[in-house]
Each structure stands twice: as C-alpha cells, then as structure tokens.
Ligand binder design. Structure first.
Ligand SMILES: C[S@@+](CC[C@H](N)C(=O)[O-])C[C@H]1O[C@@H](n2cnc3c(N)ncnc32)[C@H](O)[C@@H]1O
Length: 333
C-alpha cells in the first residue's frame, strides 16, 4: 500500500464501539475500503467472533487479502445484496451491520478511476470496475432532462440546466471521455461571479454523476432494509454518511423503524396495543470530535447513526424513493 493509499478511517473508534455488543458475535462490514474499521472490529471480537466484509470495488477486495485472520472473510458484491450473498454461505442472522458509505481515498486519489477533477483520467467513476456503465458512457447517452435532474437532485447544482445543455452540445461535436474534459466544460459554463470561492465549480457535477453511475442512494436504501431483516434482537446497525442526501435516507429509515406509530394519523381510534411496534430502539447520532476534524478534514461532514434492533419480527418499511430526494449540502470527499 503506497502512502497515497493510506486511508484514515473516520470515527474509527466510535463506529466499531457503536456496533459491537457481543465479542462472540457475527458482524458485517458492508464497506471494507482498506479495512480500517474492519481491523478495529476484529480487535474487539473473541476467537469465536466472525466478520464478513463486502466491497463492490475489486481493488478493495484485493487489499482485503492482507487480513490473514480465520475469523475474517471478504465478499465482492454490492452491500444491497448482502442478504442474498450471506444466504449463499449459510448466514441468515447477524449481530451487527456497519456501513461507511461513499468513496474511499484510494478511489479518489487514483487518476485512472476518474472520480476526481484534480487529476486527468478516463471518466469512469464506477466503484465496481467489472460491470456497469461508466460516467462517460452515461453522459454520452443520457437525455438532457435526465442530466438536469441528476445534477440538480444529487449535486444541488444551481446551473444544472446550463451544464446539461453544454454537455449535450459538446457530445455532438466530440465525446466527453476524460475528467479534465468534463471539469473544463463545467468551468466554462458556470458564471465566474457565481463561482464558489472554496469549491471547484465541477465539484457538484462530479458528485452528482458519481451518485448516478453507482446508484448510490438506491444501494443505501436497499442495504438498510436488508440489514434490518438480518439483525438479531439487540443487534446493531451503524451507518456513517458524508452528505445530507445519504444522511437523510438513514435518518428517515431510523425514524420509520424506531417510531412507526408516528406514521399513523393520531385522530384514528386505534388502541395503543394495535399500533405498530418499533423495529429499532431510538437511534443515537455521533459526530467526529473537533480533534478528529482537525486531523482529518474528511471527517468534518461525517454523521454516524446507530441503533439496536428490537425483538419485533422484521416487516419491510416503506422506503422513500431515493431517486426523488432533493437538495444535498455536501462535498465530494
Ligand atoms: C469510505 S470507504 C470505506 C472505508 C473503510 N471503512 C475503511 O476503514 O477503510 C467506502 C467503501 O465502500 C465501498 N462501497 C461503496 N458503495 C458500496 C456498495 N453499494 N456496495 C459495496 N461496497 C460499496 C467503496 O468501494 C469503498 O471502498
């Protein structure tokens, strides 16, 4: 692992602590990355404990080979498929599920992955490089209206219409195939006087296209449901989100599942014992300390939410459609 690939795990102590309740238990880390949290979780488990990690990025899966521990196993799959993937190895219930969502430093810092406008590289942006459409392919075929919606919804981009128009005009002349090509196009379109002093004008566009290419919000919604259905009573779900779109999905999931009675019209004459019972205990919200934010600026936008499953049998909750989510106050990290 080179210096550039060193990943500082955000809430590296707090998150495992919010997750592990039984040293002999079986835990899932849905976002292995470079294994900072996984290693910490393993250090809290006994010889009987077990950790199964997921990552959709083949590079992360390769890095997991460094963990030579019989209690550990890595699966190359999106975390939305954890239920099916675990079922295939005979696991139907777990003591905790952890998600540290978003992209990792190694992904951002590798020019060939196309996540960052800071380096020139192919406009790929797929976390799983073995399947799916690249950002360049999506930008080459998406209708203008879809590009506007993605930039506005996933990037909170005020100039979504202008940027989408420019993309469509540009691709008629020549395909947009590199990070620099997309970044300079956005720079040309966003009016100089409206440019954010601290943020590159392409920040929001890159974030939005990345979320679209990887189906990130739908992945998260599905993973929360899957985790809820897998957790044993008392088992914990802990999720770190880095921008408001993701955090809103996590927050609403816990609101729906910890307080299902709030969704019922209080004017209806329903006896208390017939109200739906909570699927999770009240969640806690944990933020990184000032010291961590100073040491690692990536931590600044992180929010950890964690809660324990109740003994109530799981029932699918009505997830709000992630793709309709509005407004993100966030940064590419
Ligand atoms: C922020 S990093 C995790 C860092 C990790 N906690 C550590 O300490 O090294 C996020 C990781 O999750 C992976 N990831 C993101 N979305 C995923 C998904 N839907 N399914 C599986 N892995 C995903 C990314 O490929 C990336 O490696």
């Amino acid at each position: 692992m080179t210096e550039a690939f060193v990943h500082l795990s955000v809430l590296g102590v707090e998150a495992p602590r919010a997750l592990v309740t039984d040293a002999d238990g079986l835990y899932v880390d849905g976002t292995f990355g470079r294994g900072g949290h996984s290693r910490r979780i393993l250090s809290m488990l006994s010889e009987k404990g077990r950790l199964i990690a997921f990552d959709r990025d083949p590079e992360a899966v390769k890095a997991a080979a460094d963990i030579r521990d019989p209690r550990f196993q890595i699966i190359h799959a999106p975390f939305s498929h954890m239920r099916e993937a675990l079922g295939e190895i005979g696991v139907t219930a777990v003591n905790g599920v952890f998600l540290d969502i978003g992209v990792s430093s190694p992904q951002i810092d590798d020019a060939s992955r196309g996540f960052s406008f800071r380096f020139d590289g192919p406009l790929d942006m797929r976390m799983d490089t073995t399947r799916g459409e690249t950002a360049a392919e999506w930008l080459a075929r998406a209708p203008e209206g879809d590009i506007v919606r993605v930039l506005a919804d996933y990037g909170e981009e005020r100039f979504a219409g202008k940027i989408a128009r420019a993309i469509v005009a540009e691709r008629e002349k020549s395909p947009i195939e590199t990070t620099k090509a997309l970044a300079s196009l956005v720079e040309r379109v966003v009016p100089r006087n409206r440019r954010d002093a601290v943020q590159h004008p392409a920040t929001r566009t890159f974030q939005a296209v990345r979320i679209q290419v990887n189906g990130e919000l739908d992945e998260l919604s599905s993973a929360l449901e899957a985790a809820g259905s897998l957790l044993l009573p008392g088992g914990r779900l802990a999720v770190i989100a880095f921008h408001s779109l993701e955090d809103r999905i996590v927050k609403r999931f816990f609101e729906r599942t910890a307080h299902p009675e709030r969704a019922i019209d209080p004017r209806l004459p329903i006896p208390v014992e017939q109200l739906p019972k909570p699927l999770f205990e009240a969640p806690e919200r944990i933020l990184p300390s000032k010291a961590e934010c100073e040491a690692n600026p990536r931590a600044r936008s992180a929010v950890l939410r964690a809660a324990a499953r109740t003994a109530e049998p799981w029932r699918a909750t009505d997830a709000a459609p992630a793709s309709g989510a509005k407004s993100a106050s966030s940064r590419q990290r």
